[in-house]
Write a protein that binds this ligand. Sequence first.
Ligand SMILES: [Zn+2]
Length: 362
Amino acid sequence: MKNRSPFHALSPSFFSGLLDDPLLFIRVPPPMRNILVDCGQMDHLAKRTLKSIGSLFISHAHMDHFIGIDKFIRSNLVSPKTIDIFGPPDISKKLAAKLSGYDWNLVEDFYCSLRVHEIDDDFKQIYILRGADRFKRRFVETVPDNSPHLYENQFVVAEGVLCDHKIPTLIFKFSEKPMFLIDEERIRQQGLIKGSWIHHLKQYISKGQLPVPVLTIERRNSSNPLLCTENEATDLYRKIRKEQAVSSIAYLTDIGFTDHNLERVQQLFQGVTLLVCECTYLSSHLEKARRSHHLSTSDLNQLIRKLRPKYLLPMHLSKTYLGNTHLLYEELEVPPDCQLIKLPDHVAPEPIIPADTPHLMF
Ligand SMILES: [Zn+2]
């Protein structure tokens, strides 16, 4: 999506084919670490890509979304860092149970730690699993919080809410923070004169530090400069900033097409820029979709009419459609102002068979 990207800071890459277990990677500008959403099939990811990830968002613990987390931890194990993992209730228990299946008699103090945030409707529970502590699960705290806000850094805000997939499943939105942009006309309207104070204001808005004690701003028609303290800097920026649209990425997988879920999806995803959305079944298999709480093409058609994304990436099509994946695109009714992004069936090279290893064949 590089050339036509509507994003100024984030760079999403979908590391799965249409029929593969899902995996969304979001590159965040340095020095911030990258984001990974779901841990499906990931043997083909380079170790340096896995090591660049600082936060992991897991929709739910069905095997096709969670199986790759062992590979992720293996790649980050020998590194003294703390990785944040966001998931539905009980995800820390499932992670600890998975990791307890390994022997940890040779652990080192510098092994990585996992800070797990379990998201519920009215609170968040935090646990820590330290490598040096053999990844035993320790409770840290319960934080009362009914907002969708999960995480943010200087470039991105992550939000998520629970939906129903016969088990709790999280849907996520990643919104870019607006760039620091000044409207010169508004500066004139405020009677101010451009100067080095704009650079200092940018430092404050982007990094939260005012590098000088006060901003000294020259004014037109006045010999007395305007002095602006840290407390007043945000207010000043609000008066002179250039309005801009905020781009966002929505990730929706494995939900039932119920009124309760739709209300939550609409509340979080309305007007999103890129919708990465599960579409497991064709419309002829609506019954299967209803039984397993997945979406069908007819469900997705209704959703995009409501959400009006600028880009749509359908994913996670059932493997039973191998050889017929074109039917998905034939059934989708994408509005003219929405751009459909098509995935190949698979993105990784074909798995190998014994005949591909001739150096050891008798
Ligand atoms: Zn599922």
